[in-house]
Design a protein around this ligand. Structure first.
Ligand SMILES: *[C@@H]1O[C@H](CO)[C@@H](O)[C@H](O)[C@H]1NC(C)=O
Ligand SMILES: *[C@@H]1O[C@H](CO)[C@@H](O)[C@H](O)[C@H]1NC(C)=O
Ligand SMILES: CC(=O)N[C@H]1CO[C@H](CO)[C@@H](O)[C@@H]1O
Length: 328
């Protein structure tokens, strides 16, 4: 999700009793995004406690006890390595590692999500070689964390399509060369990695290769009118299934697996119906869909309409019982 979009998105939801659904424990993963370390992205590096913060291990523990088993942890590349080919900022890496440890020590999975849109210091990353080296350095830090997942980058957009392919391939190659061989790698596509436009935009991504064969295609899907995740309203009760149908066929046709890495809706009955419809459809195609990840938790969301931060986020009340039937 884009921050400028988000600034107009703040608003409170209304909790309504969730409809009951048959338990469909078919997904391998069900998760939430853990936002905070990427906040203040217009102020780089910015100050801890003012511009950005880190997710809270205590509320992560609550979400794990609620049944979530996957946490996509946002951060900014420039805060971790002020130069793309340079050394780590040790304090930022240490704080990030504390969050990753809180997740993985509890037996859940943590996704490292450089929330950079294929950019570094606002410039499109145009060197697959540098990008692969950057990923190699980071993967080396987590090479023995079997419950870590590497997400090459959040939401590439308005970039050359071949470059998006090459950046993803360079990341995969860099990660494997660093000795991180057990972990899943989540790849993302152009056009904000949208599921609804995937087939038209990102067909070339089927050429990605991984010697470990652990690539997962991460797509994002919001259910508001323009698909940006900025409105409380969903287009219709069936829009969730409709927007992921073509991508599901693409995964099947190409022998790939995918995950919805960001989705959400306002706390209202029409959105709950749309999300239930999407998850029902995905779970009936669970040979290609590994799961889904709600947008978002994190300590600084206040009453943001999609916040699932325990226990005051509007979606914590508004969605937990809707999502739980799909938990692994
Ligand atoms: C890391 O977190 C500590 C608090 O635990 C804070 O004092 C420090 O400023 C943080 N540094 C960075 C770079 O995030
Ligand atoms: C990884 O290895 C390092 C040193 O070899 C060790 O300190 C650390 O605890 C290990 N981490 C995990 C998650 O196994
Ligand atoms: C969809 C969305 O709004 N994503 C945003 C979520 O919030 C962080 C702010 O920290 C942004 O960086 C994302 O773009």
């Amino acid at each position: 999700m884009k921050l400028d979009a988000l600034l107009v998105a703040i608003g409170a939801g209304t909790a309504v009793a969730a409809p009951q659904h048959k338990k469909r424990a078919t997904f391998q993963f069900f998760g939430v995004n853990e936002s905070g370390a990427e906040f203040g992205e217009d102020t780089i590096p910015g100050e801890w406690g003012t511009d950005f913060t880190f997710p809270d291990p205590t509320t992560i523990a609550t979400l794990i006890s609620d049944g979530f088993n996957l946490f996509r942890v946002q951060f900014k590349m420039e805060r971790l390595t002020p130069e793309i080919t340079g050394a780590f900022d040790d304090a930022y890496l240490q704080n990030l590692t504390t969050v990753i440890d809180a997740v993985t020590d509890a037996g859940a999975y943590a996704i490292l999500d450089p929330h950079n849109y294929g950019r570094f210091n606002n410039e499109i990353i145009d060197s697959p070689e540098d990008f692969g080296a950057w990923w190699g350095s980071l993967a080396a830090e987590f090479a023995n964390y079997t419950n870590v997942i590497f997400d090459t980058n959040n939401e590439y957009y308005e970039m050359d399509q071949e470059l998006v392919l090459n950046l993803n391939q360079a990341a995969i190659d860099g990660i494997r060369a660093a000795g991180a061989t057990d972990q899943y790698i989540f790849v993302e596509g152009n056009s904000w990695t949208g599921a609804w436009t995937w087939v038209d935009v990102n067909d070339n991504m089927k050429a990605l290769t991984d010697p470990q064969d652990k690539i997962v295609y991460e797509m994002h899907q919001y259910l508001d009118e323009d698909g940006s995740g900025t409105a409380e309203a969903c287009v219709s009760g069936t829009i969730g299934e409709e927007r992921v149908t073509a991508a599901t066929q693409w995964l099947k046709d190409n022998g790939k697996v995918g995950i919805i890495g960001e989705f959400a809706g306002g706390s209202n009955d029409q959105c709950r119906e749309a999300i239930t419809g999407m998850l029902d459809y995905m779970s009936s195609n669970s040979e290609v869909w590994l799961g889904a990840i709600w947008w978002a938790a994190g300590p600084w969301w206040a009453d943001y309409m999609y916040s699932i931060e325990p226990t005051t986020g509007p979606a914590y009340d508004g969605y937990l019982s809707t999502l739980q039937p799909y938990f692994p």
